[in-house]
Design a protein around this ligand. Sequence first.
Ligand SMILES: Cc1ncc(COP(=O)(O)O)c(C=O)c1O
Length: 405
Amino acid sequence: MSVTEKKYDTRAVMEMDAAYMMHFVNRLPVVFVRGKGMQLWDADGKEYLDFLAGIGVMGLGHSHLDLVAAISAQAAELMHVSNLFYMPQQAMLGKRLVELSGMGKAFFCNSGAEANEAAIKLARKWSKDKYGPHKHEIITFYGSFHGRTMATVTATAQPKYHEGFHPMLPGFKYVSFNDLAAIEAAVTDDTCAIMFEPVQGESGVHLATQEFMSGVRKLCNDRGILLILDEVQCGLGRTGKWFGYEHYGVKPDIMTLAKTLGGGFPIGACLATDDVGGAFVPGNHSSTFGGNALGCAAALATLDIMERESLIRNSAETGAYLKERLLELQSSRSDICEVRGVGLMCALEFTTEIAADLGAECLRRGLVVNPIGKNILRMLPPLICSREDVDIAVGIIAESIQGIS
Ligand SMILES: Cc1ncc(COP(=O)(O)O)c(C=O)c1O
């Protein structure tokens, strides 16, 4: 399939963007105008294979017909009223996610940052109600990413995201990821929560170890501390299970979701155990758009499609194949020092500062991947990705490395 009619002019879009948009990101020089399944097309009709999925959002691939139909039908019926009233889609999505996760209660919002903001507020509220006003401190980890609001950027222990925004919020402490001894040293009677991603995404796909997961859970149980797992990127099938924590046999007290949840429609969720979720009472927290009928209908349809098309199993199986192919590539090159990943969440780490050039070369050859920092290439393809897609992508990556070396 190709775009024959030229609806947008690449240069005109770039110039308009430069004139009217805040310069909050260094964009790559492509104007995407259409997507279908694993494919994207730019304004000039060039086709790309998408191994980024809108940074882990487009789990169903682009423009899945059943999702388009569900969103269109809901939009025609009712988009939004207000959280002052009941909405069937919101209650149904709450039930669905609670049943899927074994958590107790849900709160809906519009993004990953908002889901984490809700999780932080909920943890503080529950801890203060239960133990008193001193219990407020939250421990997070170097290499984490939790969002860009003031609380979530404070929780994000990467100094580059803090620059220009000090002072950060009080009450956060940072320690090294996968370092149990460092957490034990950091915990005090004021600690209310320990928060992390089971698989750190934005810093380049770093997996929590089993020892760390089990150790943190035990420490939380022993010291009356809440475990918040940020599953915004690694949740909902990305790692080959519904939730990242299922790989470890450990359950959180609070969990956050977004990205894949709406299949491309913006929606986030904060889930908690019955006990912890009960800490929010009317007036504590809300969101005008959060849990609107349209977003919830999109999420319900997304979950249905994921189940019907066995996308969790596909993520596990195709993800294992992707890792196998990347390990094969590593064995043929001395400049790839590590292959990391689980399910369809993978990264290559290089010994040289090749990431930006490699990402650009892949894009030139029609593959969308994500350079991270100076030497990491991340892949988060849609969960519909096939072995054939993997073969094409790994082929383009190999040729691109060759092309720029
Ligand atoms: C693990 C994690 N948490 C939170 C966020 C923030 O989500 P959003 O950009 O939807 O606010 C992200 C975004 O990349 C993420 O990867």
